[in-house]
Structure formats: structure tokens, C-alpha cells
Design a protein around this ligand. Structure first.
Ligand code: ADP
Length: 434
């Protein structure tokens, strides 16, 4: 199988979300953690290189993205896809806002590419673009929770304006009326914009139909920049159609566990649901009860001893998930950054211990928590399997660590998944759910 599409994602769970959309549209996808140092499996036609570049300076983000691009070019991919967040946010510091523009232009330069698109639309997740303005649900981006984001606040919903402020090249718009007319009209509009000196076009999309309609017009572009939504219209350009085979993973083996460090509302509901169903199979981590000088190993030891007894009974849940008030109490005692980092280290160590005990099916809840666990388990690549809930697939890990190689992993970003996600996840491993 030859590699058709090479993707660079600016964060980890975003990479999985993109890979998931490609698999659902029929591609066989491998996600790598950073720029790979090992060869890819030969049975994939798309690769997503997961970086952690969303919240770093434009200079650093450009360097990392170019490194990923060089690797993708060496693999001779036909098209390159730069994936960012569907809320179009990135590094922010005083007057200099965003690294999406600088990374896009650096990739265009390196690929000798004269025209590309920019559309974060992801209608399945309530992100739509209308007349160049990004909506989150029913409100403009600038009226959504993103206006108060602690790291990357967004207070302008006009994407042409936002991107123009980050770019040397001219930014234009392909609006919903053109998209509604189909791919031929989109292609004509691209040509028209280029005669006006525009090199990057924000493209409206209100629905998946819009994304599918614009798909054929994107075929000749060497570089695409987008959220994960645009991916649904691409595989058809190579004659690829949805099929259960693209999501096939080796059969799952081993014990079952969930590690949750996410405090998002959806995860709180999922933990409550699990506690209701299996009250004796869960262990709550309480950072307020920890000796501040205790080592990660000594905090994790009793949890792992408990898990050894309970794993043979059924899935176990180890969680630090807590509501906003409890988190506030922990943060005021330990400090916000320190509390988060310590919890991530403890959870990652527990995940490592669980896998060493024979856990072969592991669900991790939380974006940062997932990053810490994947690092501790030395996961380098993952084949992407069937979706459990929108944006969350099962993955099959490759790792130089014997214990973690062959592990089935599901990395759930905080707000994804229905309340019964944990039990649904293990049930769905018994057969593909597309
Ligand atoms: P999400 O995807 O829901 O945002 P993350 O894992 O990305 O989840 O972030 C949750 C952060 O909160 C992590 O840094 C984690 O270590 C931290 N955390 C988890 N539990 C607690 C807790 N009880 N008190 C304080 N911080 C916590």
C-alpha cells in the first residue's frame, strides 16, 4: 500500500480525531507520536504525525512542523494536511497571536505551493464556518467559552481577519453560496481568488454535505490546512470508500482498565456511571491525602496492589476525576500547574503498572493525561481502529516496550463520549462499530 496522505497535527488528541475521520472514510491510518524514527507498517495509506505545537511560539512550531514535513516528503506522500483545532486557536502572547499562519506559510514555502485552504469547520462537533465566521454551536467563536481560554483566548470570529493578521500572504474567502454549488464552482472560485493575489482561502462549511461537496476541488492542492472535518471528503479522491477493513485491528487480549485524569463534565458523568454499575471496581485518587514529599512510586503502590486483586473480576477504574470545587481545593493547596503535573505522573505510572500486570485493553480519559500515559508506555505508533463515540477510536499500540506493544488503547479527550462510554468501549472491542 502506498502512502497517499501525510498529516501534521498540532496536538495529540486532535491527531486521533483526524485519524478517526480518515478511517471512517475508508483509509487505513497510523498515528505516530512525534516524527517517527522507525519505519511505518506497510498496510497504511495515511499517516498522522502528532506534534504538541499548538501552544508553542511560531518559531518553534514552524521548526517542528517542517521536520515533520521533511519526513512526510521522504515517504513520498501525495498530499499534505496540516491539522489544527476546530476553534482555530493556537499560541498567544500579547500582540503576536497564533502560529497557524506562520506554520501554513512555512509549509507552503517548503512545498512550493501557491494556494491552499483554511477551514476548521467540523459540523459533527458543532463547529461551522459561515461567511468566514466561525460558530461554536449557536454562538460566534468570540462569544463562546474560547474567549476566556487560559492559554489561547479567541476574541475575533472572523477567520479571514484572524488568519490575515498571522500571514504575509493574502487571505480570501470561498463562501457558502459557492460551496453549495459544488466542486466545479469551488475550483473556479480558487482560480478567481488567485488572480486577485489571494494565496489562502478560508472556506465556509455548514454541514458534512458541504465538506463532501468541496472534497473533489481539493484534490489538486499539494497542501490542505483544516480541522479534522475536511478529512471526510478526501479519501474518495483516491477512489477509497468506507469499509470495515480500514478499521480492523488484531483481536484484543488481556485484562481491562480505565485510567481517568480528566475533570471535564462528560468524564465526570462517565465515572459516575461506572461507579453506579461497578462500585467495588473503582479507586479514587485523593491528592489532598498525599504527603507532598512522597514519591510517585509510593503513591501508586497501594493502587496497584488493589488493582492486582480486582483486575481478574472485570474492568477496573482508577480516577482522579473531580468536580470544579474539588479541583479548586487541590489547586489552591498544591498550585495549578504542580497539581496537574503530579497527577499526570501518578496516573502515567499507574497505567504503566497496570499494563505490566497484564492489562491489554486500556482506556485513558483526558488529553494531557493521555499524553503522559502514552509517553510512559513508550508508544511510538498506533494503528487506528473503529470509533467508539465521535472522535474516539480504539487504537493498537506499537512500542519498544514489550509490555505495551500490542496494547489496545483508547484515548478519550475530556468532553467526548456518552455517559456509558467506558462499558461501551470494552463491548465494542468484540466487534467493529463503524
Ligand atoms: P481534559 O481532556 O478533560 O482537559 P486533561 O487530562 O487534559 O483532561 O487535563 C486534566 C488536568 O487536570 C490534568 O493535568 C490532570 O493531571 C489534572 N487533574 C486531574 N485530577 C485532578 C484533581 N483531582 N485535582 C487537580 N487537578 C487534577
Amino acid at each position: 500500500m502506498s502512502l497517499l496522505l501525510g498529516c501534521i497535527a498540532d496536538d495529540f488528541t486532535g491527531a486521533t480525531d483526524l485519524a478517526n475521520n480518515l478511517v471512517r472514510a475508508g483509509m487505513r491510518v497510523v498515528q505516530t507520536i512525534g516524527v517517527p524514527t522507525q519505519a511505518l507498517p506497510t498496510d497504511c495509506n495515511a499517516v498522522v504525525v502528532a506534534l504538541k505545537s499548538r501552544t508553542i511560539s511560531p518559531h518553534e512550531a514552524v521548526q517542528q512542523s517542517l521536520q515533520a514535513l521533511a519526513w512526510l516528503q521522504a515517504q513520498q506522500v501525495e498530499q499534505v494536511y496540516f491539522k489544527y483545532c476546530s476553534t482555530f486557536d493556537s499560541w498567544y502572547s500579547g500582540d503576536v497571536r497564533g502560529n497557524i499562519g506562520p506554520v501554513t506559510e512555512a509549509l507552503m514555502d517548503a512545498l512550493n505551493c501557491t494556494f491552499t485552504i483554511a477551514t476548521p469547520a467540523f459540523p459533527d462537533n458543532q463547529r461551522t464556518v459561515f461567511k468566514g465566521h466561525l460558530f461554536v454551536g449557536d454562538v460566534l467563536l468570540s462569544d463562546s467559552g474560547m474567549k476566556n481560554h487560559p492559554l489561547t483566548p479567541m476574541n475575533d470570529a472572523n477567520l479571514v481577519q484572524v488568519l490575515q493578521a498571522q500571514c504575509q500572504r493574502k487571505v480570501g474567502l470561498i463562501d457558502y453560496r459557492t460551496v453549495a454549488l459544488g466542486a466545479t464552482a469551488v475550483t473556479a472560485r480558487m482560480a478567481e481568488l488567485q488572480t486577485q493575489g489571494v494565496s489562502i482561502a478560508v472556506v465556509d462549511a455548514l454541514s458534512n454535505d458541504d465538506l463532501l461537496r468541496m472534497g473533489p476541488a481539493l484534490k489538486p492542492l499539494r497542501l490542505l490546512t483544516a480541522g479534522s472535518g475536511v478529512a471526510i471528503g478526501l479519501p474518495a479522491n483516491w477512489g477509497i470508500a468506507p469499509s470495515a477493513a480500514s478499521a480492523q485491528l488484531p483481536p484484543a487480549v488481556g485484562l481491562k482498565a480505565i485510567v481517568s485524569g480528566s475533570c471535564s463534565l462528560a468524564t465526570q458523568g462517565q465515572v459516575a456511571h461506572f461507579l453506579q454499575q461497578h462500585p467495588t471496581q473503582a479507586w479514587q485518587l485523593d491528592p489532598l491525602g498525599w504527603d507532598t514529599h512522597a514519591s510517585v512510586e509510593s503513591v501508586a503502590a497501594p493502587v496497584l496492589q488493589w488493582a492486582a486483586k480486582h483486575l481478574p473480576v472485570g474492568p477496573v477504574l482508577v480516577y482522579s476525576t473531580a468536580d470544579a470545587q474539588q479541583v479548586q481545593a487541590v489547586q489552591s493547596q498544591l498550585g495549578q500547574q504542580a497539581a496537574g503535573e503530579r497527577m499526570e505522573q501518578v496516573l502515567a505510572h499507574i497505567a504503566q503498572g497496570l499494563v505490566a500486570m497484564g492489562v491489554g485493553q486500556l482506556v485513558v480519559a483526558g488529553g494531557e493525561t493521555s499524553g503522559a500515559c502514552v509517553q510512559a508506555l513508550q508508544v511510538s505508533q498506533m494503528h487506528i481502529g473503529a470509533q467508539i463515540d465521535p472522535g474516539v477510536p480504539w487504537c493498537h499500540a506499537h512500542s519498544p516496550s514489550a509490555a505495551a506493544s500490542g496494547l489496545h488503547l483508547s484515548l478519550k479527550s475530556g468532553n467526548f463520549g456518552t455517559p456509558d462510554f467506558f462499558s461501551k468501549a470494552f463491548q465494542s472491542l468484540q466487534g467493529p462499530v463503524l
